[in-house]
Design a binder for this molecule. Structure first.
Ligand code: NAP
Length: 506
């Protein structure tokens, strides 16, 4: 195999005929090699079976693995027979056989080898010693897979790539370890393993070939690629990786944007950030921050590194890291909310002064919007289910408060919905937060972006009012992050298309 990072697809079919088809499909889908997980086969393969499977790869790299139960695989048979199977595979032309590190050196089959260690409980004790021992073996490649409890563990896996003297695969399994799989090529790993389809993962946290090639820009990534990501919990369904990676594609910017699942809690956030900043070689230049870490992010960056409105809101959604590791915080949520509204109304931010705005909801989204429009002089009334929460927010930003039912009778010119009422898959889906549209309301802004046309917007459109979509706000907050990080104008159309496509897909 050549020295680049291979994108291997792990195949776990139950019979030889299906695995043979899966080899061809994986290569057609964009894998540049396969891992045959012989432990998944329901019967041990004959020499002819192995020949057929290796032949199906038509010269592409083939790693043959027969993982025993003790290392997280399915093989429960005789150990000697297992090692003989691997030995046969090596003789029959496997590019590599995967042999577990706990097999005594004198029992290991001969041939090109990946020496592997898996820990499904966490990080092995004495990780450094383990890696050094593997380095000293006669295997061509080291593989260490650990179970990540957070993305800081993925960074520890990446440390191994730098510490080992030979080609190494270092994986942090599970969703929090995604960075180690997605960015394997940037950091010069021997390979990353992927699944042929969602649901066909051979190990926790594997992404599909299509995701790695498509969303995560496999071909474009290199050693100098700058890293970006979204910190949140959950992040699995975040659209941010798709939207930002599409922006990098559209502009040719050499970046890669990954999901970083950090469990709730200030300490977890701090621990990850400390671990990241201690490794400047990651080239991480920017982070989006989402629920539940926006307040922690402001605290971590420090008020001095954030603008006045972000400080008043008490939260940021954007961290920028300069080449010296100095941090800056921004809140593109408020900027996107206010600019989306102003652009639809064809006014500048200052044009909000004196206008009456009714804001439905008193949570995080409302807080960002209220702070911004109040800052530019709008007369704001906050309508909320829990009146006390509205009153507290109103007091902080010099607004009025009222129960949500009273919103039907508002005398405002603009209504902004910052509740989830009408959102896809919410219990209130299909319902508008307003029983009727008050006659004074000229502009209706629904911050919900899924669906893009909410019941409230349909109600407003039917009544001939100016409609402003949460989809534009969502795209604008990401576009502003892109501009801050890259200094380039954001490719809004490409970014919007990605979101629309994702919202339309089942
Ligand atoms: P949040 O902090 O949880 O606040 C939710 C608000 O909605 C609270 O005021 C809550 O009232 C109210 N609410 C929830 N369920 C309700 C119901 N069934 N009936 C009446 N009121 C209800 O959430 P958030 O972060 O502010 O997000 C709110 C919405 O904003 C999201 O659903 C999302 O669609 C939208 N958003 C859009 C973008 C964008 O980029 N387009 C960005 C962020 C958020 P109580 O105080 O009584 O609980």
């Amino acid at each position: 195999m050549s020295p680049h990072t291979h994108l291997l697809c792990s195949l776990t079919s139950r019979d030889v005929a299906s695995m043979r088809e899966a080899v061809a499909r994986a290569l057609a889908d964009g894998a540049d090699g396969v891992e045959l997980r012989l432990d998944a086969l329901s019967a041990p393969p004959s020499d002819e079976d192995i020949r057929i499977l290796i032949g199906a790869a038509a010269g592409a790299p083939v790693v043959v693995t027969c993982r025993p139960v003790r290392e997280g695989g399915e093989y429960a048979g005789d150990e000697q027979a297992r090692l003989e199977l691997l030995q046969r595979a090596a003789k029959l032309g496997a590019s590599f056989i995967d042999v577990e590190h706990d097999v005594p050196a004198e029992d290991r089959p001969e041939g090109p080898k990946i020496l592997s260690h898996h820990d499904f409980d966490g990080i092995p004790d004495k990780l450094g010693e383990l890696a050094a021992g593997m380095d000293a073996s006669d295997a061509q490649v080291n593989k260490i897979a650990l179970m990540a409890s957070g993305p800081a563990d993925a960074l520890r896996a990446l440390d191994l790539l730098r510490a080992c003297g030979k080609r190494t695969i270092a994986l942090a399994m599970g969703e929090p370890g995604a960075l180690s799989r997605i960015a394997a090529k940037k950091f010069g790993a021997f390979c990353t393993y992927s699944a042929s389809a969602a649901g066909a993962e051979a190990a926790p946290g594997q992404l599909t070939v299509a995701e790695l090639r498509g969303t995560y820009r496999w071909d474009a990534v290199g050693a100098d690629t700058r890293l970006f990501g979204v910190i949140g919990c959950p992040v699995a369904h975040s659209m941010s990786p798709a939207i930002h990676n599409a922006a990098f594609d559209a502009t040719g910017f050499d970046g890669l944007y990954v999901p970083l699942r950090v469990e709730p809690g200030r300490d977890n956030f701090r621990r990850f950030m400390d671990a990241l900043l201690a490794r400047p070689w990651t080239d991480c230049r920017g982070l989006s921050v989402t629920i539940p870490h926006k307040e922690h992010a402001l605290e971590y960056v420090g008020e001095a590194g954030c603008d006045e409105l972000s400080r008043r809101i008490g939260a940021i959604n954007t961290i920028t890291i300069d080449s010296d590791g100095v941090l800056r915080g921004d809140n593109t949520d408020y900027a996107a909310a206010v600019d989306t509204l102003c652009s639809a109304m064809e006014i500048r931010r200052e044009g909000l002064s004196g206008r009456k705005i009714a804001v439905l909801g008193a949570g995080g989204a409302s807080r960002a919007l209220v702070a911004a429009v109040a800052h530019y002089g709008a007369e704001v009334t906050i309508y909320n289910r829990t009146l006390e929460r509205a009153e507290k927010l109103a007091e902080e930003f010099g607004c009025s408060a009222a129960p949500i039912d009273a919103a039907d009778d508002t005398d405002a010119e603009v209504v902004v919905n910052c509740t989830p009422i009408g959102m896809h898959s919410h219990k209130s889906a299909g319902r508008s937060p307003l029983g009727k549209l008050p006659p004074t309301v000229r502009v209706v802004f629904d911050t919900i972006y899924n669906p893009p046309r909410t019941p409230l917007l349909i109600q407003a459109r039917d009544a001939g009012r100016l409609c402003v979509s949460g989809l534009d706000m969502f795209v604008n907050q990401a576009a502003e992050q892109f501009r801050i990080w890259t200094g380039l104008p954001a490719p809004r159309d490409a970014m919007r298309q990605v979101v629309v496509r994702r919202l339309q897909s089942p």
